[in-house]
Ligand binder design. Structure first.
Ligand SMILES: Nc1nc2c(c(=O)[nH]1)N[C@H]1C(S)=C(S)[C@@H](COP(=O)(O)OP(=O)(O)OC[C@H]3O[C@@H](n4cnc5c(=O)[nH]c(N)nc54)[C@H](O)[C@@H]3O)O[C@H]1N2
Ligand SMILES: Nc1nc2c(c(=O)[nH]1)N[C@H]1C(S)=C(S)[C@@H](COP(=O)(O)OP(=O)(O)OC[C@H]3O[C@@H](n4cnc5c(=O)[nH]c(N)nc54)[C@H](O)[C@@H]3O)O[C@H]1N2
Ligand SMILES: [Mo]
Length: 756
């Protein structure tokens, strides 16, 4: 996908700054929402306003007047756009014609305006009434011989109220098939951390950044994907806090940043150095780095120094001896070879870590999207436990989540492996017997579609076919279904790769007002640091025919379950009633929801490790041993490179805002292969060469993407990077972490083939 005008120039300015300010103005203008958009921006992340629809990073205290960033502005501008996808639009284009358009083009057509159904005879989407649409869903779901033949996907923009009701509806219908975007994202956090520290969430809150004495950022690109985090990092640097960034790509915002909301820095063209230590890791080298750092710590203890928090180890942990044995068994030559980092630099990182009495380790997709992602994040917990970096100000583990409410959706029931205790509460409170068998996560769902056992797919938000691995196979799988339903704000590929019958159901977006028979409603979301707050849209809905997600879920339930035990109509009107039920199902964290949500900035959900309470089976924090140094299966092929699929600065997941990637110096093209010049030369390729990539796998499926342009980029050796979702055809469905099912999208073994 390109506009044919690739330009590449090394970006040497700091990230943020005037570039960000100009980009904000530009996107508002492009979407023709300058006045509406800027008014909405003022209400974003303010008490009484709505929550930014972009990432899940929390907003800071109210002392800051404007809490938004360039990429939040892009998300909002694209939501508040004046462009519309109408029935005339669908009359003008067949679905096959639309299929030939790029993701960018589809996105730029604007907001969906009314429910549509696919008509196979004409290959067009035609208008359909809401009643008829729900009746179609009910007919299909009631017609299945087994409820497990339906897949109920959720994407993380869905607010708590809608996600909670969806989880109740689907369980009353009779399945735990909840494939979710987080299955491709932070599932290693959700599955990996509970055995270690008792919760599958981060333990850090915003204030901790003010008390931290060292911050590590591993496998995460905050300048693009969590820009509100940058102001915390700038503040920390100003206090002289060391920041260690671990990344195979020297991301610009990890190097230098100008705070766009800092008037002085803006006026003086000033900037802050972010990483005091940049660790240019090999893709998949993080386990070796962490073990190397721990090895230094054990060496120092052996030499008589006190490095560990011995009281904490004694009172709170188990498994120390096993960890010690594993770490001491590693040798430096291998640690250096696998990480790609010199022993000297690893020792420096260890020194920074040992000197700090309060350390935060943040991480993103660079850690989770590996074949042993779940077990890798446990190693992050290990190193933090050694120094008692839990339950103390300025310290803890900080997975930086993706979608604005992805964490909340999981908290309120989107879980394919629900606990028995939770299911008992659902039974007691709602009066039906929920299914006990575990359901499908994302990869299982695609496999069920491929096998022909899945018949119906309902997507509450998101762009499933474009986000999952193995694009070609996923398209084929989707097309076998009897019914596909896309509940969405914007037209996307998922609506064009559809089942025999298909529906598009357009929703009121985050920034828009929800009025019901009971008056104006608000929804709630949970950010990456477990703060729950209210979100009230301020804009007029994009069309009078849109429905709120809550109502869509309720009406799907009513159309499917005529004998339901749940009073769905009640929930359509009054979202307070939904919150009351959430409080009943989750008393430990949500008790008093109705009152607590009245506080302007919301409230924090209890995270027991912050109190040094461990809700693990043995009541302790556990050191988890992962033998060896590799997080991805070794591949003997000497031509192999590890491909990391990443986000550009101008996209939100499968939504492409433009073909540019400012901080990486790319303009006008996304079919790019970032490669180290030495790796390029070793393959006899010229700079700017056109190449194809082919996946190395042993399943006899040829996975190939053509038409990539090689850019000399300071990647660590052996690693290449390119953009998601264009490169998803290269990612085999089973190339994933077995514990979480998360695709190893950061380490696809590939071979480069020169174009002939
Ligand atoms: N503007 C914007 N914001 C977003 C999103 C978006 O698309 N656009 N997406 C949202 C979502 S859903 C998510 S999950 C987050 C994602 O946010 P991030 O986690 O920042 O996502 P990525 O861009 O996929 O990759 C992160 C980094 O991992 C590095 N990396 C790759 N392989 C390795 C490795 O082996 N080790 C290490 N240490 N690093 C590695 C890459 O170079 C890259 O800098 O952002 C959220 N916020
Ligand atoms: N190769 C590779 N694959 C990846 C990743 C990667 O790094 N590499 N990252 C993975 C990750 S971390 C994630 S989270 C997934 C993302 O997977 P998804 O969450 O499925 O994808 P998105 O692109 O975020 O979904 C965008 C669509 O959501 C709809 N939408 C937007 N706002 C709303 C709303 O308020 N309500 C409703 N109902 N719909 C809305 C719009 O129609 C839009 O087209 O992709 C994963 N796939
Ligand atoms: Mo994500």
């Amino acid at each position: 996908m390109a506009d044919g005008k690739l330009k590449y120039r090394n970006y040497t300015r700091p990230a943020g700054g005037w570039g960000a300010a100009a980009a904000t103005a530009k996107v508002l203008l492009e979407q023709s929402v300058v006045t509406k958009g800027s008014r909405a921006l003022m209400a974003m992340n303010q008490p009484g306003g709505f929550k930014c629809p972009s990432c899940a990073f929390p907003d800071a205290d109210c002392t800051k007047k404007l809490e938004f960033c360039e990429n939040g502005a892009k998300a909002l501008a694209h939501e508040a756009t004046k462009f519309r996808v109408t029935r005339d639009f669908f009359a003008r284009h067949t679905v096959s014609e639309l299929m030939a358009q790029s993701d960018y083009w589809l996105e730029m057509q604007g907001r969906l305006t009314e429910p549509m159904r696919y008509d196979a005879k004409s290959d067009h989407y035609l208008p359909v009434s809401w009643d008829e649409a729900f009746a179609t869903i009910g007919r299909h779901l009631r017609g299945l011989s087994d409820p497990n033949q339906a897949e109920f996907y959720t994407s993380g923009r869905t607010p708590n109220e809608a996600a909670f009701l969806y989880s109740i509806f689907v369980r009353e219908y009779g399945t735990n098939n909840f494939p979710d975007c987080s299955n491709m994202c932070h599932e290693p956090t959700s599955r990996g951390l509970p055995p270690a520290i008792g919760v599958g969430k981060g333990t850090v809150i915003l204030e901790d950044f003010e008390h931290a004495e060292a911050i590590f950022i591993m496998g995460q690109n905050p300048g693009t994907n969590a820009p509100r985090m940058m102001s915390l990092l700038v503040e920390a640097r100003k206090r002289g806090v060391p920041i260690v960034a671990v990344n195979p790509m020297p991301e610009r915002a990890l190097i230098r940043f100008t705070e766009p909301q800092d008037a002085v820095q803006m006026a003086t063209f000033g900037s802050t150095q972010i990483a005091s230590e940049f660790v240019h890791i090999r893709v998949g080298g993080d386990l070796a780095l962490l073990k190397g750092m721990m090895k230094v710590m054990f060496e120092r203890e052996a030499a008589g120094e006190t490095v560990f928090d011995h009281d904490f180890l004694r009172d709170h942990t188990e498994g120390f001896a096993e960890l010690k044995q594993d770490i001491e068994a590693q040798n430096w030559a291998e640690i250096v070879a696998v990480s790609g980092i010199s022993e000297e630099q690893i020792r420096r990182c260890a020194e920074i870590y040992m000197r700090s009495s309060a350390t935060i380790i943040c991480y993103g997709m660079g850690l989770t999207q590996h074949q042993l992602g779940s077990r890798l994040v446990q190693q992050v917990a290990n190193i933090l436990l050694l120094k008692g970096n839990f339950g103390r100000p300025g310290a803890g583990i900080s997975p930086i989540r993706g979608h604005s409410n992805v964490q909340g959706d999981r908290t309120v029931g989107i879980d394919e492996k629900p606990s028995g205790a939770y299911l008992d509460r659902v039974r007691d409170i709602f009066g039906f017997e929920p299914p006990r068998a575990h359901g499908h996560h994302t990869i299982d769902a695609v496999e069920a579609m491929l096998a022909g056992t899945a018949k119906v797919f309902i997507g509450l938000g998101g762009n499933f076919v474009r986000a999952v691995p193995d694009t070609e196979r996923a398209y084929g799988a989707m097309r076998k279904l009897d019914l596909t339903v896309g509940i969405a704000t914007k037209l996307n590929r998922g609506h064009l790769v559809h089942g025999r019958e298909a529906l598009i159901l357009p929703v009121i977006a985050r920034s828009e007002r929800i009025e019901t028979a009971a008056g104006e409603q608000f929804v709630t979301i949970e950010d990456s640091m477990s703060n729950v707050s209210a979100s009230r849209g301020v804009l007029e809905p994009a069309s009078p025919h849109l429905l709120p997600e809550v109502e869509i879920v309720c009406r799907m339930a009513m159309a499917t379950l005529p004998e339901s035990k749940v009073d769905w109509q009640d929930y359509i009107d009054d979202y307070g009633r939904i919150r009351d039920k959430i409080a009943m199902i989750y008393p430990a964290i949500y008790e008093g929801f109705a009152q607590r949500i009245e506080v302007p900035r919301g409230f924090h959900l209890d995270i027991p490790p912050r109190r040094r309470v461990w809700t693990t089976p043995n009541g302790k924090a556990n050191f988890m041993v992962l033998p060896g140094l590799e997080v991805d299966a070794k591949i003997a092929d000497p031509a192999m490179l590890r491909l990391a699929t990443v986000r550009s600065h101008d996209q939100f997941n499968t939504t492409i805002y433009s073909y540019n990637d400012r901080y990486r110096g790319v303009k006008g093209d996304r079919m790019i292969l970032f490669m180290n010049a030495a790796d390029r030369e070793a393959r006899g390729l010229a700079a700017g060469a056109r190449v194809a990539l082919e996946t190395i796998s042993d399943d006899a499926i040829v996975r190939r993407v053509e038409g990539l342009t090689v850019i000399d980029y300071p990647m660590s050796r052996g690693a290449v990077a390119g953009y998601y979702p264009e490169l998803n055809p290269l990612l085999p469905l089973d190339h994933c972490d077995p514990v979480s099912g998360t695709p190893a999208a950061k380490s696809i073994p590939v071979r480069v083939i020169a174009a002939t």
